[in-house]
Ligand binder design. Structure first.
Ligand SMILES: Cc1cc2nc3c(=O)[nH]c(=O)nc-3n(C[C@H](O)[C@H](O)[C@H](O)COP(=O)(O)OP(=O)(O)OC[C@H]3O[C@@H](n4cnc5c(N)ncnc54)[C@H](O)[C@@H]3O)c2cc1C
Length: 507
């Protein structure tokens, strides 16, 4: 068998890896992608779109939000606790990246907000034959990038696992890989780009580093194969550790993405309490998944409940829902009774629409996290919420409907009185799309060692290197993790080739 060697080797063919491969190959480098799965696109195949600012879509849609605004917004959001040069470069490039993607055949529906109050930065990929935002739309983008990679003769090795980064005298010389038949080999290269997507599917690492336990107080998306291998390889090769965080949101396990009317209704700005029966958030924020996830995580057993009764449901029956999301587009409670009956009779993820994110809920039973009762007493018995606390909270909440929310200043238009009838609770837990960060990089995506010096030939992009959000993901600029993945992949691909061509190159 011929020796495997290339100018650039990319570990992981997900969002950032396949983009890095195309970028490097466009600069005439020979490129090998080591992908342990059977497809490219990684976790991003589940997503819908990416961040950009000053794109042609935003200009056409008259979006008044500039690169300068985006830069200042993110720097304020993170209290400047981030890599300012990388943030600046990413934002600067993001609009042009949309043109670059279009040139290889990706189509977009336009730019969107994720929730009211967020910025219109989410560029949702168009699915052939449809003009509606659709779950998993971004997979079309990764198909186009993969076609482009093939056209540029990138060698994509599927079901091949990277095991170790090989170094000599402190610089990179290759990657040890495992072939599908179990045999191992060193693939040689002077530049290696690690794009393995973090550790969202590694409960042990999540417990140790993030402090949450999957199935107990965390019900995150676990995209198979995202195990932290790239990060461990880089740390073993001398990369300095920065503390990764969770791209944390919140979920009703087994319900969210499966029973969409119940899920969307129980995420309206209705009453939310903790196990003591006390409110802990201005429920207006429930449309910001990250802020709500943070608030829930601070409660006893890291859980919270939204509560609704027939009187509030009646309001929604007449007026429609307060919050309507782009991705689920549920406007009414028309399917409430049917879904509640399905949940209570024990239906699971098989009730999800075909091809929807609900597939990821396999094994979780909605009825373990959604409760119906004929009285507050019965509801408290089922959920474990303190009965005295909840009764006091509801009585006070109903007073606030008339006189204004003295707890958290929720807008009056969202203060719907709870006056009786059957009552329902949904139990929410922290969730997450995956992890963010783990190694420090320069604005050229060069990996730094513990002392802050570059490791010659080692690059990282995507989630492994995504430490730009500080301790909380910035959902006010939607599309940001995929945006960072694609843009940092582009940067890493170009820079790795420049390194090989430069005087710094160590052979
Ligand atoms: C349900 C869902 C919806 C999302 N929607 C959006 C959205 O609309 N917008 C947005 O901005 N973000 C979204 N995200 C987040 C986005 O998908 C990620 O930010 C993005 O995929 C990160 O790209 P990546 O290249 O770092 O990792 P990934 O895309 O996950 O790719 C990592 C790749 O590395 C491979 N790999 C891992 N270890 C090895 C190894 N040892 N050897 C070889 N290969 C290896 C994996 O198989 C995988 O293919 C969503 C995530 C989820 C889960």
């Amino acid at each position: 068998m011929a020796k495997l060697e290339a100018d650039v080797i990319v570990i992981g063919g997900g969002a950032s890896g396949i983009t890095a491969a195309v970028a490097a190959a466009e600069k005439d480098a020979s490129v090998i992608v080591i992908e342990k799965g059977k497809t490219t696109g990684g976790a991003a195949n589940m997503g819908m779109g990416l961040f950009a600012v000053e794109s042609k879509y935003q200009k056409a849609q008259l979006v008044d939000f500039t690169k300068e605004d985006a830069y200042n917004f993110l720097m304020e959001f993170t209290h400047h606790n981030t890599n300012s040069r990388l943030v600046r470069r990413y934002i600067e490039q993001s609009g042009e990246t949309i043109d670059w993607l279009e040139a290889i055949g990706v189509q977009f529906l336009g730019s969107f907000k994720y929730f009211e109050g967020s910025k219109q930065t989410w560029h949702i990929v168009k699915t052939a034959g449809s003009n509606l935002p659709a779950e998993r739309a971004a997979s079309n983008m990764f198909k186009a990038l993969t076609d482009r990679a093939r056209e540029l003769e990138v060698d994509i090795l599927f079901e091949t696992k990277a095991l170790k980064i090989v170094t000599e005298d402190g610089h990179v010389t290759g990657v040890e890989i495992e072939h599908p038949d179990g045999s191992t080999e060193i693939a040689e290269s002077s530049a290696v780009i690690v794009a393995s997507g973090g550790f969202g599917d590694n409960p042990d690492m999540i417990k140790k580093i993030i402090g949450l336990e999957w199935g107990k107080n965390l019900f995150s998306f676990r995209i198979p194969g995202i195990k932290g291998e790239g990060l461990n390889m880089m740390w073993d090769s001398g990369a300095g550790e920065n503390t990764p965080v969770l791209e944390q949101t919140y979920t009703i396990p087994g319900v969210t993405d499966v029973f969409k009317t119940v899920s969307e209704t129980m995420r309206q700005p209705i009453l939310m309490v903790n196990l003591d029966g006390k409110r802990f958030i201005n429920e207006e924020k429930l449309n910001n998944p990250v802020y709500t996830g943070n608030a829930i995580r601070r409660q006893k057993l890291q859980t919270g409940f939204t509560i609704i009764d027939e009187s509030v449901l009646d309001y929604y029956r007449k007026k429609g829902l307060d919050y309507i999301t782009v991705h689920h587009n549920v406007k009414t409670v028309d399917h409430w009774e049917k879904e509640v009956s399905d949940i209570l009779s024990g239906k699971g993820s098989e009730a999800a629409e075909e091809g929807s994110l609900g597939d990821l809920s396999a094994g979780l039973l909605a009825k373990d996290f959604f409760y119906a009762a004929d009285s507050i007493e019965e509801l408290c018995e089922k959920t474990g919420i303190d009965e005295k606390g909840l009764k006091e909270t509801i009585a006070q909440y109903n007073e606030f409907v008339a006189e204004g929310d003295q707890d958290f200043f929720k807008h009056q238009k969202y203060m719907h009185p709870m006056t009786g009838g059957r009552v329902y609770a949904a139990q929410h837990y922290p969730c997450g799309y995956g992890t963010l960060g783990g190694v420090n990089v320069t604005d050229c995506m060069e990996v730094l060692d513990g002392g802050g010096d570059k490791i010659p030939g080692l690059y990282s992009c995507g989630t492994d290197a995504c430490g730009i959000f500080g301790d909380t993901y910035c959902f006010y600029l939607p599309g940001n993790t995929m945006g960072f993945a694609v843009n940092s992949g582009r940067i890493a691909g170009y820079e790795a080739v420049d390194y090989i061509d430069s005087d710094d190159f160590v052979e």
